[in-house]
Design a protein around this ligand. Sequence first.
Ligand code: OOG
Ligand code: MG
Length: 253
Amino acid sequence: MNTLAQCAAVVDEAARTATAIPQFTESGPLGVEEAYAIQALSMERRFARGETLAGIKMGLTSRAKMVQVGVAEVIWGRLTNVMRLEEGGALSKRRYVHPRIEPELAFIMKRELCGAVSPAEALSAVEAIAPAMEIIDSRYRDFKFALPDVIADNSSSSGFVVGPWGRPDQDFSNLGIAMEVDGRVVQLGSTAAILGHPLRSLVAAARAAAAIGGLKPGWIVLAGGATAAHPLSVGQHVRTRVQNLGSVSIKVG
Ligand code: OOG
Ligand code: MG
């Protein structure tokens, strides 16, 4: 079995070169704690190349997502400045292995938030909320993985795009979501699909982030896909509309 640092190098190289790799769990057991250690070490390699931490993403916070990937645990990963795509801009598909896109809700923090917090405390630390989309790109062959594999692979995160920021003091517990590809709706859902209320995902993020010193002001937190993810192909134009919050879009080049 490889060391954690070797695994981190393997998964980082797979992401950097957009090359699929076999799952780690195919060659031996891997624990969840070790998997988070691999994630941390692989992201350290990116930070050493000049990327900076921009926040965290929560994953598998909706039933639709758990069913799609066959893993039923909430997971998290790290977002970097380089992963952020410009709203309305284009992504280059050849930089990914087999990218998918999913509708999300983003928070931006105005205050630090760390450890066990109540939903009200979490909300009071939020500067704004926005419609968002995450590009997920499992580095594992055929987009297949077990829980420790996906955690080691930064929870499949590979890009994100954020729409207009809105006030956090509005009811966002059950807002309709429609994700369209070239004007055709491919996924319909509600923010309520995210743990019953997206704020619960932020509470979970604060708990998870305790391991890295808490959520920091200015960080973005992605609450997790509200629907199943949709595969991306060159030429597509993808737009997600969230009731009351506006829309966010990306082109695939
Ligand atoms: C794992 C990442 C899950 C979400 O929003 O649920 C995720 C995957 O689907 O590959 O990002
Ligand atoms: Mg996601």
